[in-house]
Design a protein around this ligand. Structure first.
Ligand code: DC
Length: 222
């Protein structure tokens, strides 16, 4: 099986680009952030104090996360309920950033991610795919863009979806906070794998970014 790992900060375009590449290559696209988000949603719903180890263990004992592919699209199930849409809020994003810093939470999700890569050709996006989850991946890409650029894109997406509640400044501040959390945590911090190719998408259109990634993949997989 072939694995392509795409890591990078929030809002670099990983999911949009990885989806497009997966379609071209006929691979399965796995969004691992959705797994952390599902646990975060469960933590919010259950009122778990995430600073308390016993409460985290209790939370994980009561959490079943599954991924299913419906019409080729990933859906994530929390305790048998499809939560794919519910996990896309700012509150869940912030909580996901928090719970993903906890080692037991990361261990809890590790085998699920590795199992998917054992059974399918995958393009998997996250923060530690090339460094921890799939260190043997044939292709590793670290996708990045400036924080301002990422905030601008997200702001445009929100406006297009009719969400006018969040200002550009607020989105930028959230992105900077998450970048800090994700790259400064002790366990599996966000950083490029030594053998990754760093791709900066700041000045690219989506099509240009997809082309760049396909070129990297073609150079690595003969
Ligand atoms: O990619 P995303 O925004 O959906 O990720 C949500 C949070 O989960 C993000 O703050 C970092 C964390 N995450 C992680 O630690 N490791 C991954 N492989 C994927 C996401």
């Amino acid at each position: 099986m072939i694995s392509i790992a795409i890591d990078g900060p929030a809002g670099a375009g990983k999911s949009t680009i990885a989806k497009a590449v997966a379609k071209q290559l006929e691979y399965i696209y796995v969004d691992t952030g959705a797994l952390y988000r599902s646990i975060a949603l469960n933590a919010i719903n259950s009122g778990t104090n995430t600073d308390n180890e016993a409460e985290i263990n209790e939370l994980l004992n009561n959490t079943k996360v599954e991924i299913k592919f419906i019409n080729g699209e990933q859906r994530v199930f929390l305790n048998s309920q499809d939560v794919s849409d519910k996990i896309r809020t700012t509150e869940v994003s912030m909580m996901a950033s928090k719970v993903s810093a906890i080692a037991t939470v990361r261990d809890f999700l590790l085998e699920l991610q590795r199992g998917l890569a054992r059974e399918n050709n995958v393009i998997m996006d996250g923060r530690d795919i090339g460094t921890v989850v799939l260190p043997q991946a044939q292709v590793k890409i670290f996708l990045t863009a400036s924080a301002q650029c990422r905030a601008k894109r997200r702001y445009k997406d929100y406006l297009a979806a009719g969400n006018t509640q969040e200002s550009y400044e607020q989105i930028l501040a959230d992105i900077q906070q998450r970048d800090y959390n994700d790259s400064h945590r002790a366990v599996a911090p966000l950083k490029p794998a030594e053998d990754s190719v760093v791709v900066d998408t700041s000045d690219d259109t989506l099509e240009q970014s997809v082309e760049k990634i396909i070129a990297v993949v073609n150079s690595k997989i003969k």
